[in-house]
Write a new protein. Structure first.
Length: 393
């Protein structure tokens, strides 16, 4: 009989143990929920529903503090209060973590009641202990302290997940709520703006300097530059984060930079030789397809007729107003010599057997007489009733 009683007692112990270690963790698990159940984005929004059935509902105002509306001050200790509310229930649990938008813990969590609360996950999370799950009918409140992080840490979100349990010994029927307290950093009222030292729309090959303002300790641009001013040559919007000597930061963006393409360098094509004698000409044509043409002689057509020596270039402009200049085409126009005067060496009327010497002006490069002679002077005679002699050009 005693043995039977003992077995019944052991059985009862097993039954109680099963209840205490059931999935209704806020009642009996002194370790509380595992770290990373506060509903933070860095934890993939994991919350109490990972252990309790149900859908998480957003609750407003369940996490409060005495942090002023102007924001926290670095190194200052503040009181954080977590309150779960559900009419008629007496079992509640929570987990909260102060993080930035990247999931980095900011500040230091400090317990004010080690009987009802505990720190987990390398002190990144604060949560209930089993002794802290029983509250007044309809709600339960926990308090803990938070020491604000160093200056320049920026905004902090206190992510929290709460379980309002129906105390049925299982994970079913519980009510899960998520709540967030967002606080800003105080004492960091810095601002800046990005200014351009010239037009923000220009042609390829150009640039504009962007300036983030003076007086800051550090600068960090979206292109990883770290100077106060940067020179940009590509389209886009450039942002910069500036930090002052107190560690306070702010971010500003530049105007949108638009870089238009320049046309290809134009080519001048002559329709003939570019070296000719005075009185001649050559037609020069530029590459087609441009919106505008401007030649070095101020002509504005795609092609021009040239009769004067010189170096000719053309500037073409596309629809974006961007231009390119060709290389020079050299046109050489040679002068025509003066009309030559033939000087006879004697009388141009004489008897048969006589002759006369005809001379052209000296200094010509070539001579070509009407007799096909090619010297400067020729001897003209009369023979057999005909006059034989030279002529020239």
């Amino acid at each position: 009989m005693r043995k039977g009683l003992l077995l019944i007692f052991v059985g009862a112990m097993v039954s109680v143990g099963s209840l205490l270690l059931s999935s209704n963790e806020i009642i009996g698990d002194t370790s509380g929920p595992n770290a990373g159940k506060c509903g933070a984005p860095s934890d993939n929004f994991t919350n109490c529903t990972s252990c309790h059935n149900g859908t998480a509902t957003t609750a407003t105002g369940w996490i409060t503090s005495n942090i002023p509306s102007s924001g926290y001050v670095a190194g200052t200790t503040y009181t954080i209060t977590a309150t779960a509310t559900y009419t008629g229930l007496v079992r509640f649990g929570f987990q909260i973590s102060p993080q930035n938008s990247s999931g980095v813990k900011l500040g230091t969590l400090v317990l004010t009641n080690t009987t009802t609360t505990q720190l987990v996950g390398s002190s990144k999370y604060v949560e209930h202990k089993s002794a802290g799950t029983t509250g007044t009918t309809g709600y339960h409140t926990w308090n803990f302290n938070w020491i604000a992080p160093i200056a320049g840490s920026g905004p902090v979100n206190f992510y929290g997940s709460f379980n309002c349990a129906n105390n049925n010994g299982s994970e079913s029927g519980d009510h899960i709520y998520n709540s967030v307290l967002a606080v800003n950093e105080g004492g960091c009222s810095i601002s800046t703006s990005v200014t351009a030292n010239g037009p923000t729309t220009f042609c390829s090959g150009g640039s504009v300097a962007l300036n983030a303002g003076s007086g800051f300790a550090t600068y960090h641009w979206s292109n990883n530059a770290t100077a106060q001013s940067i020179n940009v040559t590509n389209s886009g919007t450039y942002s910069v984060t500036v930090t002052n000597s107190s560690g306070c930061s702010t971010t500003a963006s530049s105007p949108n930079i638009v870089v238009n393409p320049t046309p290809s360098i134009p080519v001048i094509t002559p329709n003939g030789s570019t070296t000719f004698c005075q009185g001649g000409s050559v037609n020069l044509s530029a590459t087609s397809g441009a919106s505008a043409y401007h030649w070095s002689n101020n002509a504005t057509a795609q092609s021009i007729n040239v009769s004067i020596s010189g170096n000719y270039t053309v500037t073409i402009t596309n629809s974006s107003g961007c231009s390119s200049v060709s290389s020079s085409t050299i046109v050489t126009v040679n002068a025509v010599p003066s009309i030559p005067v033939i000087t006879p060496g004697g009388a141009t009327t004489f008897c048969q057997g006589g002759s006369v010497n005809l001379s052209a002006p000296a200094g010509a490069a070539t001579y070509h007489w009407s007799t096909n002679a090619s010297t400067q002077s020729i001897n003209q005679c009369y023979l057999f009733g005909e006059l034989y002699g030279d002529s020239y050009e």
